[in-house]
Design a protein. Structure first.
Length: 171
């Protein structure tokens, strides 16, 4: 079986795992209805008692043709202010970094991508990050600085962006 064939098989297994054991606050469009099984559209609903409570966030998961040997790229399509999300929406968490040793010696190989990770484990990590950002490993330095120094100001910025997102959704 080709790498791409293996990837499709594992991606479909990830989808079935999610259908059999859904994750609260996460929904996905059926990727088998799409013309591209390697791109999933996902919604995450902000968790109660998190900075993103009541927010609705669209994400795109792009699987590589050699999945599960390399991680998918996960990007927020909805604007979000978060220490661990780049300005272009790309999520920065260890399990989405390529496997093996970190060239910067910041992460252990065990913390990075491993083929045992699934769509569900990725979503659980992202939900955890929404509830508890990691300002010590920032993708958005401004968000990390504000999170550390003034959580009320951080919440004001998040609320404004979520309100703008909601307004734009209906325009």
């Amino acid at each position: 079986m080709s790498k791409q064939g293996t990837a499709i098989k594992v991606i479909l297994r990830n989808y079935q795992e999610f259908i059999d054991s859904p994750i609260d606050n996460v929904s996905i469009e059926d990727p088998t209805d799409s013309d591209n099984i390697f791109r999933w559209n996902v919604k995450i609903y902000g968790l109660h008692d998190s900075p993103y409570e009541n927010g609705v966030f669209d994400l795109e998961v792009n699987y590589p043709y050699d999945y599960p040997f390399n991680p998918p790229e996960v990007k927020f399509k909805t604007n979000i202010f978060h220490p661990n999300v780049y300005n272009d929406g790309k999520v920065c968490i260890s399990i989405l970094h390529p496997p093996g040793d970190d060239p910067n010696s910041y992460e252990l190989a065990e913390e990075r991508w491993r083929p045992i990770h699934t769509f569900s484990s990725i979503m659980i990590s992202i939900i955890s990050l929404l509830s508890d950002p990691n300002p010590d490993s920032p993708a958005n330095i401004d968000a990390a600085k504000i999170w550390r120094e003034d959580q009320n100001k951080f919440q004001e910025i998040v609320n404004k962006i979520m309100k703008d997102n909601e307004t734009n959704m209906f325009n």
